[in-house]
Design a protein around this ligand. Structure first.
Ligand code: HEC
Length: 146
């Protein structure tokens, strides 16, 4: 098979995936991908907070990425972006002020964590981790389908 043939084959295989069958696309797909990334980073930061891992390059990059993700996440819940396959509750859009407040608290917690990690300050990382994990849960409890 030539290059063109291979490209077409790839399109045929990926096409339905991009459209629907392999999960949400658009803002819903983007926010779900970010959530998954943040979930892995949160686990890493939990190990640091519990004294199981030192603050190394990966941890520093993770904390910085989580902070960037938190800012991006703020723009990924436009009205009408609920996805049939996703877990976003309609309350996000009917109780927007509460949702925005949860988002802002989360972004603040992610910024504090980034600062604590950058300073390599374990005494600050511990409470920053607790606040961050709480901020994820707070929003999920109100705005994510179980
Ligand atoms: C301001 C609200 C909010 C915050 C803060 C938030 N989430 Fe979410 N999260 C959601 C919503 C809403 C969904 C469902 C999104 C969808 O399906 O469209 C979700 C989905 C998820 C998912 C499921 C993704 C999947 O596979 O379907 C994971 C994992 C997740 N969040 C992890 C996190 C972590 C970890 C944090 C904190 C570091 C966090 N979230 C912070 C609202 C939030």
């Amino acid at each position: 098979m030539g290059n063109a043939g291979r490209s077409i084959l790839r399109l045929v295989l990926l096409g339905p995936c991009l459209l629907a069958l392999c999960g949400a696309s658009g803002p819903a797909g983007e926010r779900i991908a970010l959530m998954k990334e943040m979930s892995g980073i949160l686990r890493l930061l939990g190990s640091v907070a519990n004294g199981l891992l030192p603050v190394d390059g990966e941890v520093a990059r993770g904390a910085a990425t989580l902070h960037t993700d938190s800012v991006r996440l703020g723009g990924l819940f436009p009205p009408g972006s609920a996805d049939a396959e996703g877990r976003a509750l309609d309350r996000i859009w009917t109780e927007r002020a509460t949702f925005d407040a949860d988002m802002a608290a989360f972004q603040q917690a992610a910024a504090s964590m980034a600062g604590a990690v950058e300073a390599g300050d374990l005494a600050a990382i511990r409470p920053a981790y607790a606040a961050l994990a709480r901020a994820c849960l707070q929003c999920h409890d109100s705005f994510r389908r179980p």
